[in-house]
Design a protein around this ligand. Structure first.
Ligand SMILES: Cc1cc2nc3c(=O)[nH]c(=O)nc-3n(C[C@H](O)[C@H](O)[C@H](O)COP(=O)(O)OP(=O)(O)OC[C@H]3O[C@@H](n4cnc5c(N)ncnc54)[C@H](O)[C@@H]3O)c2cc1C
Length: 408
């Protein structure tokens, strides 16, 4: 039996591995010249494969989709990912934050070993083959590198692992949405996840040019029930970085429903409000406010600049109000950055469009995996973990489908 896998990212490659191991003939198609482009990019900042926290806490990272994602994680969870990497000759380690990385932190050696294994298993790769939907007779249509020439695949089962719609230059452009919709598959609108945001009205020229790219270190963000310490970065138009990504789904929804989102930044999370008030109110004599805040509280650079950027002069001049503001600098966000800049994508193929085995109810024999499904998670290894797990689940679903289709 032949299985066509469309999309050679981590989800599609994992599906290819499971199917090839089970003895199926596997053809992998991808629009890009080589597989795993986004996986390789993920390795640039240190490839975070999964996370070591307890299972319940791990599964809770998928929010409303926890019940469904949990099922996939039980079959192929964090330990399975570590063993898989180990079988490819790449040991993993747990970082101080509990995140799991390959030794060396890079994606390249892992992808190289993985592709070697897939080639050895007989998986056929068809790169520069852009999937363009279905032909009249239900077969898959591709545009190959030779211009508009159309290549048609008649597979017995299909796994779509087309990714989301961020970093489209690496291959995932979300072009599949209307094709699936036209075949009766409900799709939740693709939206940026783990994204940066623009501040309302933009930064002042001074702040934007002087501080874009600089980090806010050891700060805390409070937004509704979210309150966490960490780091983020100022951009030319707003903010981005791990602490912002962690709250980005909540911010995105608030902006969608109310037009803006107001968060509060605690510039000194390790200091109590009383301590900050005492130090700010300490007589400063002839010293400038900047010198005073630096010497009493260590506040300078981008933190000090943010105070001047967002607080009115009368608040800056009033020690009690300034001290209170240092613990909760208000920042109003007007928009998420465009989806193409996001780390990942929310929305996608609605989970109720799939059966337990990740087969599209509207398209029997067609399975879906990876980021193109409607789940989202923060950074921390949860994205790749769910892509691997759904790749395994879709492949197992395809195997069950093929065996049911095979005459006894
Ligand atoms: C900068 C950055 C850093 C990241 N770091 C991490 C990290 O450390 N840890 C983590 O867990 N996650 C990380 N991620 C997220 C992670 O890389 C993705 O969630 C993951 O790659 C998604 O896997 P996928 O297989 O579903 O899709 P993709 O990796 O996007 O692969 C989809 C494939 O489908 C192909 N394709 C799409 N449309 C077509 C078409 N029409 N025809 C043919 N082929 C098509 C694409 O070319 C692509 O190869 C990071 C993402 C970014 C952008």
């Amino acid at each position: 039996m032949t299985v066509a896998i469309v999309g050679a990212g981590p989800a599609g490659l994992m599906a290819a591995q499971v199917l090839a191991q089970a003895g199926q003939a596997v053809d992998v198609f991808d629009a890009m010249p080589s597989p795993g482009r986004k996986f390789l990019l993920a390795g640039r900042g240190g490839l975070n494969l999964t996370h070591s926290e307890p299972f319940d806490a791990f599964a809770a990272r998928y929010g409303e989709r926890q019940p469904q994602v949990e099922r996939w994680l039980r079959s192929f969870g964090p330990q399975a990912v570590r063993e898989w990497a180990g079988e490819l000759g790449i040991e993993t380690f747990i970082g101080t934050s509990g995140r799991v990385f390959p030794v060396g932190m890079k994606a390249t050696p892992l992808l190289r070993a993985w592709l070697q294994r897939l080639h050895a298993q007989g998986v056929q790769f068809h790169m520069r083959h852009r999937f363009t939907g279905w032909s009249q007779d239900g077969s898959l249509r591709f545009e190959s590198a030779q211009g508009a020439q159309s290549v048609v695949s008649h597979a017995h089962a299909v796994v779509l692992a087309l990714g989301g719609a961020s970093w489209s230059r690496l291959g995932s452009d979300g072009a599949w949405v209307p094709w699936l919709q036209a075949r009766g598959v409900p799709i939740a609108q693709l939206q940026p996840a783990n994204s940066g945001f623009d501040v309302r009205g933009g930064w002042s020229g001074y702040f934007g040019s002087r501080f874009a790219g600089q980090p806010f270190k050891s700060v805390a963000i409070r937004f509704g029930s979210f309150h966490r310490q960490g780091e983020f970065v100022a951009t030319a138009t707003g903010i981005e970085g791990s602490l912002v990504y962690a709250v980005s789904a909540l911010l995105r929804e608030q902006i969608r429903s109310h037009g803006s989102a107001r968060l509060e930044i605690d510039l000194l999370p390790a200091r109590s409000p009383q301590h900050v008030l005492r130090e700010v109110a300490h007589p400063r004599g002839s010293r400038s406010l900047a010198t005073h805040l630096k010497s009493r509280l260590g506040l300078d650079g981008i933190k000090l600049a943010l105070l001047h950027e967002v607080l009115p002069p009368q608040v800056i001049a009033d020690p009690a109000r300034l001290a209170a503001a240092i613990k909760q600098v208000p920042l109003v966000l007007a928009a998420a950055r465009p989806i193409d800049e996001a780390i990942s994508t929310a929305g996608g193929v609605c989970l109720q469009a799939l059966d337990e085995q990740l087969m599209l109810r509207a398209l029997p024999g067609v399975f879906c995996a990876g980021e193109m499904l409607d789940w989202e998670a923060p950074t921390g290894g949860y994205l790749l973990q769910a892509c691997f797990a759904t790749g395994v689940a879709a492949a197992e679903g395809a195997l069950a489908w093929l065996s049911a289709a095979t005459p006894a």
